[in-house]
Design a protein around this ligand. Sequence first.
Ligand SMILES: [Mg+2]
Length: 260
Amino acid sequence: VEDILTSFAERRGEAGIFLDYDGTLSDIVPRPDQARPAAGVAALLEQLAREFRFVSVVSGRATPELADWLGPKVDIWGVHGAQHSVGGRTEWSPSATPHLEKMTEVRDAARAALRSKGLPEDLVEDKDLVVALHYRAAADPDAAQTALEQIANDLAEEFGVVRADGRKVIELRPPVEMSKASVILDKARELDFRAVLFAGDDLVDLPAFDAVDELSRAGALGVKVAVDSPEAPKELIRRADLVVDGPRGLVELLSRLTAT
Ligand SMILES: [Mg+2]
């Protein structure tokens, strides 16, 4: 562990650090709008950004919310790379923009479908380009999961959108490339990293692990970190170079990368 961290830190001037948010920098909470960064995260990100070539938070969430919690200076890719925010400015990627209008129709249809099944509308999270259906906070999560899966499949067919599943959440996305992997690969091309680290906790983070592997094959030092929890997917743990215990474990690991 020390070896790989030392080698990574030695390349700080040419290293990129990419971090998922929920379950990685923040504990999973019953309601997604309650997620706040773990203790020390905001200060740590600022310090890492001063010392390393590039530091970014890459999340499925909308970026303005993350910017509120992490501070406007942090480089944030939201909505799986379709939205970017830094220095208080938020922009959509060009491939995302044409789908924004249709996704508001999907959101409205999702709310109506939940109402008709007697489920609370606030299980629907509106991320403009992505509609997320959450069942963690439902009175009966198992029953809600069954109902939301049916709703998601119906909407996917009706509107030609894509279903993607995460931890107690089903997302409906437009049929465009949206992934943490493309954020990492695009930045690596732009900045020519000699080392790259990604940390995540969920199945949606596996493409980011693939991206790190691709850069490793091209000669960079790749470090894949899995943030463990009782819900952690086995595949993620199996493929990780390092496994840490929850967001607190990640903060501890990242702190060891800093010079001071
Ligand atoms: Mg996560």
